[in-house]
Design a protein around this ligand. Sequence first.
Ligand code: SF4
Length: 274
Amino acid sequence: MSAPSAGAGAKPRRRAPESELALKRRARRIYKALSEQYPYAVPELDFRNAFELVVATVLSAQTTDVRVNEVTPALFARYPDARRLAEADEAALQELIRPTGFFRTKAQNLRALATRIVDEYDGEVPARLEDLVTLAGVGRKTANVVLANAFGIPGISVDTHFARLARRFGWTEASDPVRIEAEVARLFEPRDWTMLSHRVIFHGRRVCHARKPACGVCAVAQWCPSYGEGEVDPAKSSKLLKYELAPGREDLLARMLAGQSRAELRAAGFKLDA
Ligand code: SF4
């Protein structure tokens, strides 16, 4: 789908008042386009079970998933479950997670979280939101990530990307994550909540960046009231696209790149055969 024509530096569109029904329809069109663009969207943190996901998500605060994925193999080899992590030596744990930043606080939280899982939940990560949020370092966003991806319970995960895009899409005007979650949830069927979260976050990471959204190559431009907030020239927009993925995710990268035109890939710095 091509973006609507407009000159570079176009002003964001003004939005006419929209009925609840029109908003819902427009929201679902955006979701359909994102589903076509990112059919493969997945959580980018590596994990094999609920324990690993909750730990990885706590570590992901204030850093990238790529960085977390670099430290978790050694971390989980040494502490494969909550019991082992609860008994971890603080200094050794800090050293392992140091690259993720805020490592002292994170180490403290991880040991406290693991201790509570052992003491209160018999060593198993609980599958209820009200229990998960009692764990150290686990807020509502992390709890929803764990419920959705480790237990298959639909949930909307409002991280910084999701919050920004939901506002740009005109799905909400709220800045409080709990309100954003509630206002977006009413626009979609619960069965779509989890994949909606992944796809919106993918789009935020790759196209609709905080500072320089690439409006000129955006798949949802025609339904986005914020079109024009970023670069609208397609060639210049292509240069803003990001493709960073964790090492070992070459399959995902290949599928992502398959969705881009050769011109866009060249503009983004990829060397292609003639
Ligand atoms: S890149 Fe531009 S058009 Fe696309 S979602 Fe973001 S603000 Fe809207």
